[in-house]
Design a protein around this ligand. Structure first.
Ligand code: NAD
Ligand code: UDP
Length: 314
């Protein structure tokens, strides 16, 4: 297969490019590097089958030659990034998704959208199954990301219904691992850097809000299983092990052997109170479930961070 991966120089996209190459696919990575980095794909250069196109996918896009699949991962993704880039985030979810569906239509390619647990907003159904429609504040600060992804899902389904495009929608829950940007502001990046540097871990609110964290290798395996499946509607891909943010802080301190304390800071506006995927559908359809427990994934990520902090690599 020849696969276009947008956002391929980002955290998740770079792991996906590597996994696709490892199973023998050709990869065209398209990225404007707004939140990603060329270093993330540096080791893929030179090998067979990898090419890089620096381009903003919210602008018209032309890819020469045959394309069998389009994986649309381009978007600012961490709350810090999308709050700093609200209009770019809305554009890449709307115009970018439209452009890439157009590419898939022209090439007769399969299309996979990187959607998100944020389509459920601050959920009042717990855990979240795919059938839940969500609880999103469209005019709040997070609306720029949540509504962009909800629009992207709607556009993807419209192209499927109207043009018969073969589509997949991965609803990705909080994912972590090597190559996360140390400054992306996400909770695991912040806590690991703070613990390694011996600074207080900044818990927002009282730390009782929950998240369910998936190690990147598990996430990529789930995304590829979905790509290879025949299922059209959205599928939750995440780890159902749920932790409060305070529990996460304690795990990070333990895994890194840090002497850091915890400090409490204000809770950001519209911060979801709870989040946990119901992955029954992924288990049944794809025979997939995550394997890496939080402690092990944190240890691997901490080791990577230690090597890369201060080297300019993150
Ligand atoms: P990331 O910021 O590391 O990667 C996003 C990549 O997209 C970056 O390389 C960035 O430069 C690129 N990009 C952004 N806008 C672009 C544009 N207009 N044109 C071309 N490239 C552009 O983030 P990530 O965590 O790797 O997320 C990747 C995808 O997965 C995103 O679509 C995100 O919404 C989705 N997702 C991620 C998570 C997670 O926990 N990591 C959870 C849910 C959904
Ligand atoms: N959070 C925190 N301290 C930090 C960064 C984040 O307590 O330094 C909290 C944040 O308020 C949220 C959770 O951790 O409740 C996850 O935040 P993140 O930005 O990683 O992703 P989200 O799931 O909110 O998109």
């Amino acid at each position: 297969m020849r696969v276009v991966v947008t956002g391929g120089a980002g955290f998740l996209g770079s792991h996906l490019c590597a996994a696709l190459l490892a199973r023998g696919e050709e990869v065209v990575c398209v990225d404007n590097l707004v939140t990603g980095a060329a270093e993330n794909v540096a080791e893929l250069y030179g090998g067979d089958g990898f090419s890089f196109l620096r381009h903003d996918v919210s602008d018209d896009l032309y890819v020469a030659g045959a394309v069998d699949a389009v994986l649309h991962f381009a978007s600012p993704a961490s709350p810090r990034d999308y709050l700093e880039l609200p209009i770019q985030t809305l554009k890449v979810g709307s115009r970018g998704t439209h452009n890439l569906l157009g590419l898939a239509k022209e090439k007769g390619a399969r299309f996979l959208l990187a959607s998100t647990s944020e389509v459920y907003g601050d959920p009042d159904v717990h855990p979240q199954p795919e059938a839940y429609w969500g609880n999103v504040n469209p005019v709040g600060p997070r609306g720029v990301y949540d509504e962009a992804k909800r629009f992207a899902e709607a556009m993807t389904m419209a192209y499927h219904r109207v043009h018969g495009i073969d589509v997949r929608i991965a609803r990705i829950f909080n994912t972590y691992g090597p190559r996360m940007r140390a400054s992306d502001g996400r909770v695991i990046s912040n806590f690991l850097v703070q613990a390694i540097e011996g600074k207080p871990l900044t818990v927002y609110g009282d730390g009782s809000q929950t998240r369910s964290f998936c190690y990147v290798d598990d996430e990529v395996a789930g995304i590829l299983a979905l790509l290879d499946s025949t299922h059209t509607g959205p599928v939750n891909i995440g780890n159902p092990d749920e932790f409060t943010v305070l529990e996460l802080a304690r795990h990070v301190i333990e895994v890194t052997g840090s002497s850091s304390e915890v400090s409490f800071e204000p809770l950001p506006e519209d911060d979801p109170r709870q989040r946990r995927p119901d992955i029954s559908l992924a288990r049944r359809l794809l025979g997939w479930e995550p394997k890496v427990p939080l402690g092990e994934g944190l240890a691997r990520t901490a080791e990577w961070m230690r090597h890369h902090l201060g080297t300019g690599g993150v």
